[in-house]
Ligand binder design. Sequence first.
Ligand SMILES: *[C@@H]1O[C@H](CO)[C@@H](O)[C@H](O)[C@H]1NC(C)=O
Ligand SMILES: *[C@@H]1O[C@H](CO)[C@@H](O)[C@H](O)[C@H]1NC(C)=O
Ligand SMILES: *[C@@H]1O[C@H](CO)[C@@H](O)[C@H](O)[C@H]1NC(C)=O
Ligand SMILES: *[C@@H]1O[C@H](CO)[C@@H](O)[C@H](O)[C@H]1NC(C)=O
Ligand SMILES: *[C@@H]1O[C@H](CO)[C@@H](O)[C@H](O)[C@H]1NC(C)=O
Ligand SMILES: *[C@@H]1O[C@H](CO)[C@@H](O)[C@H](O)[C@H]1NC(C)=O
Length: 660
Amino acid sequence: MIIKVSKIFMLSTLILILIITITETSASVFNNATCTNNKTFTQNSTFHSNLKTLLSSLSSNVTNDLRFFNTTSGKGLDKVYGLYMCRGDVPFALCRECIGFATLTIPKYCPSSKEAVIWYNECLLRYSYRFIFSKMETLPRYKIEIPLGDPVLLQSKGFYAALGSVLNVLPNEAAVSIGSFNKYAVKQENASVSVTLYGLAQCTPDLSAGDCRRCIEDAAAEFPKACCGGSIGETILFPSCFVRYETYPFYQHSGTSASIATSNKGGRNISTHLIAIIVVLVVILVAIFCIGGYFLWIKAKKRRKASHKENLGLEFSNSESLEFDFATIEIATNNFSDDSKIGKGGYGQVYKGTLPNGQEIAVKRLSKTSGQGAEEFKNEVMLIAKLQHRNLVRLIGFCLEDQEKILIYEYVPNKSLDHFLFDSRKQKQLTWPERYNIIKGIARGILYLHEDSRLKIIHRDIKPSNVLLDNNMIPKISDFGMARMVDIEQIQGHTNRVVGTYGYMSPEYAMHGQFSVKSDVFSFGVMVLEIISGKKNSCSFESCRVDDLLSYAWNQWKGESPFEMLDPVMQESYAPNEVEKCVQIGLLCVQENPDERPTMGTVVSYLTNVSADMPFPMEPAFFMHGRTRRHSGYSAERESYSDFTLKKYWKEMIGWRQSV
Ligand SMILES: *[C@@H]1O[C@H](CO)[C@@H](O)[C@H](O)[C@H]1NC(C)=O
Ligand SMILES: *[C@@H]1O[C@H](CO)[C@@H](O)[C@H](O)[C@H]1NC(C)=O
Ligand SMILES: *[C@@H]1O[C@H](CO)[C@@H](O)[C@H](O)[C@H]1NC(C)=O
Ligand SMILES: *[C@@H]1O[C@H](CO)[C@@H](O)[C@H](O)[C@H]1NC(C)=O
Ligand SMILES: *[C@@H]1O[C@H](CO)[C@@H](O)[C@H](O)[C@H]1NC(C)=O
Ligand SMILES: *[C@@H]1O[C@H](CO)[C@@H](O)[C@H](O)[C@H]1NC(C)=O
């Protein structure tokens, strides 16, 4: 009897945990942080301590379940004004989480700025040295465009008509809405038979109705008005309001704004309404809890050794929207025809496809050897799909059938960075400002993987061929989270991917399989030097003979002629201070000792901060003078890190490459 009771208890706890994870459906998605750099404060000043107090009082007041809150801290010249707002449909738990992230993150991006704003998908937070309440402000602004899109849809009248009618309604509805959806409105409209357009607008509720309307109209003016040149999803972020449209229901409220507005008319009604909804939800949850517990108990009784995986089946309902039919993918890629093949990665072939609704996709068909179970695969895919950043390729879905495991990504039109960088004709297309932006974008993408997303992902395979470029030459990192989604050990035996990316691997990873965020930093450093020089690192020890890229970079740096290493195609048009900074960052990232490499957060701050104080790099020590030697028992090698010299590592590498 006692055993049975404890079993029930364990199962119930498991279900409870599952329910909690299911309820917590999305992570905060960072968009941008902007500082007004011309006014700064000094560390440890009164202003600084007021700011700290302000941020902590903003984040602690979210526990009062307020979606908007404004407060001040300090007196006189050192007074700080601050406010936050969460999107109207965001549950309080998520709102709290988002503001928590925002208060922690904003000092990282704006360490000494007297005024700043940070935008997430779910919330915004601002502070300033001046009075900012009840004032409509439309600067600074940040715009996000979803680059992919069905060209037929984007040229159809229906799309712009639907967008027009959504944007017509939103300013007024948001301006007049009150109650718990204060200054918030959503609206949906059919754009074609199969596509629906969803729009959302919100102002900070301290604005007057007139200001709110003007703010949203001002933002909406940035959207495409008539045919072509639009994109299937855009967001405009202002300090005082934001507007967004997409072709999928990105907000959580299912009703139209009209129904919200009517239900808001009586303040009391909404709260009784809400209470009723909460009570019903709780009852449903308890019922699920009991029924699920009962069934699982029966099951467990039947099969004592049943694995935990079955319990995870409860999560499936969540993954449905991401799951694609194999038949759909077959049609989209023309039966995986050779014509639609666009590349081969370490994990399998990549195809270009078009979905029935016209959306272009990249389809990655994983090698069939991967050993991970279906449930684990689904769970990991769902976690990875939540990662969204403008510098990451978006994972749209997956397909799982018999032996097939397929990942579906947004299609990024231009090719990968290596196609531009190492092609003598295309090299010319990459000007210095573009290269600099690419470096910054990649750094931000990796930073998001390392720190700003909840998953803390180490990429492990950062290299130019894993950086795709969109039409605006914005870099997008691909293949992240692969190790989580696919059992990496199984794959390595069958492909050459370890060899192919050897030039980017940090010594401790290559030698001892130790990886950390600092191994990604190393790979990033190699890539930065490649972007500057247009030279491929691996070329340097095979055909280029004289010096490898890293020692070449070091010698130029040491000889105070960092510009020598610039790709000759852009000798004219570069900003010397930016080039110098990038060479220095590259060298800092490829330091032998992982502790001496900066974190990606530090790298981003070096890149964004004009007067960043950077340490002086030491010799990366990658000199190749020795003769090649045959590889002897690479994996059996068990030296401690401090014992081995990097020269040896480099030689090993050459030996190994030749023996493969
Ligand atoms: C925010 O956007 C501005 C303008 O596009 C850009 O200069 C800045 O670097 C961005 N900041 C972050 C942290 O992404
Ligand atoms: C600071 O910058 C803002 C906008 O970027 C500008 O309006 C303001 O005049 C500047 N102030 C000073 C003192 O330069
Ligand atoms: C600020 O204060 C902290 C701790 O009190 C101290 O570690 C730091 O060195 C100070 N910074 C400056 C610039 O005075
Ligand atoms: C909320 O903000 C007020 C100032 O407006 C502050 O005094 C208080 O400590 C904050 N925290 C909580 C939990 O109320
Ligand atoms: C919040 O802003 C309003 C103006 O919109 C102002 O009257 C009020 O004093 C502010 N609250 C705090 C705590 O400063
Ligand atoms: C949009 O399309 C759906 C299904 O195609 C239909 O039920 C609905 O009435 C349409 N809505 C409008 C506003 O036309």
